[in-house]
Write a protein that binds this ligand. Sequence first.
Ligand code: URA
Length: 431
Amino acid sequence: MTSFDAPTVIATKRDGGRLSDAAIDWVIDAYTHGCVADEQMSALLMAIFLRGMDPGETARWTTAMVASGPRLDFSGLRRGDAPLVTVDKHSTGGVGDKITLPLVAVIAACGGAVPQASGRGLGHTGGTLDKLDSIAGFTAALSNRQVTDQLRRVGAAIFAAGQLAPADAKLYALRDVTATVESLPLIASSVMSKKLAEGASALVLDVKIGSGAFMTSAAAGAELARTMVALGAAAGVRTRALLTDMNAPLGATAGNAVEVAEALEVLAGGGPADVVELTVALATEMLSLAGIEGRDPAQTLADGTAMDRFRALIAAQGGDLSVPLPIGACSETVTAPRGGTMGDIDAMAVGQTVWRLGAGRSRPGEQVQAGAGIRIHRRPGEPVAAGEPLFTLYTDTPERFGPALAALDGGWSVGDTAPPPRPLIIDRIEP
Ligand code: URA
């Protein structure tokens, strides 16, 4: 193998050059094995953040990250005599995005199998594993054999992506604390390396656009979606993307345990309309890509079959839903300064609030608070009376209220008219 050194690779990108395939293979391999230090990789990530990567570099960076670990293969998966089709979804990250929880259960109830490799929170966005950790006893540390067994028995498994694309696991944690998250090639390669290594035969991407997303403009979101769909297609995985709105938080909660509670409401046939709409829309795409016909995702929420699958999944992974979900020991309520109509609620403000309450981390490996979060009592367009509660903030550490309330300040309003409605599902991208 050609030998490289980190300062030269960093300088190439710093100066606007192109990284060769060999340089990318070397730096990903060397970083995975500890031969390139965190401070060197941080500098390279910042250079990539500022200079970008072209489609060829992004594709090679993705392939190198997939090759940093094992690749699962579910092509022979069967339940009894029937083949089981694996299909997954991945969101690029949003605020209040608990969709994975009801969605995997819906697909399992419809006869699909979801091997869902998940991550922890990144920046101001929440992570599925941080949310699920708030369920007593739940573990996401599953062996490959456990994942396969669970797919057969339950139809879904949610596991730490750590073993898959281990290069991404290290890079993801480093990007989270070096302000290098919002980069199209780094997001595309991060998402797709995990998803390609995970071995699902079909994949639906939920690409978030708006103030609370990593991509704030529709044009950037569409480019990210096209990049990821092309990476999936090139690897032989049927891939499709929905572009969805992330200007306002999804649902009425953001945080960890509070989002699990809301997902349970959706699985019980209730819950906020936007969470239900997106769950059903993504499920419809997943079933179509998996070739599963004649199943109605909304029906599985109404008739309890999705809830049955969710309970089976949690139990299979050691979780006990009979233990009450934690909630922060301290709470603070924001009330309406006047009567009127709730205006827009800014997803980024809510994401920062929740992060400051302790639901996210500011150092790698930091413990997050299961009970930290926010409950949104009035959604945009709803009538509000003066003095009514609008938001309740929860944390175990009350000194966090000051910074959290400062983040929320200016992120909402009460006015005389309802804000114009925005479609939740903006577009759909296919190869
Ligand atoms: N989700 C990921 O898996 N990686 C990113 O970089 C952003 C969102």
